[in-house]
Design a protein around this ligand. Sequence first.
Ligand SMILES: [Zn+2]
Length: 140
Amino acid sequence: MTNQQLSAGDHITSKCTKCKDTTNHTIIAMVGDTIAKVECNTCGGIHNYRSTVAKKPATKRKTSGSRPVKTAKTETEWEELLKDLDPATATPYSMQMSIESGDLIQHPSFGLGRVINVTRPNKMEVYFSSGVKLLRCTIG
Ligand SMILES: [Zn+2]
């Protein structure tokens, strides 16, 4: 098995960013045993040698610590939460409104939301498409 030593002037295949392909290149510079610079025989571009040996593509593993895109999940949950409710029955939000957990409300800024929790004396958690908001209310 011959382990041919490469040197400047030799031909080698390398990835060319300009050609966006693996093309024939001429080695123009070596650093020790490592090919440093190559010239693309197709476009003439000189660039650092990029091995054609397929590197394992960086596995896009979801880091367990990173939370999933919040809005997408929230919207799905929100749709799930509101699917059995008729938006027409939503009560327009006002601080004086009398509210119960499970009620559907229409907020001027946040839109349609479902009351998921009511905290005395006058706070409620409402699930809007944009997330859960804490709003003032009057508990009836
Ligand atoms: Zn090229």
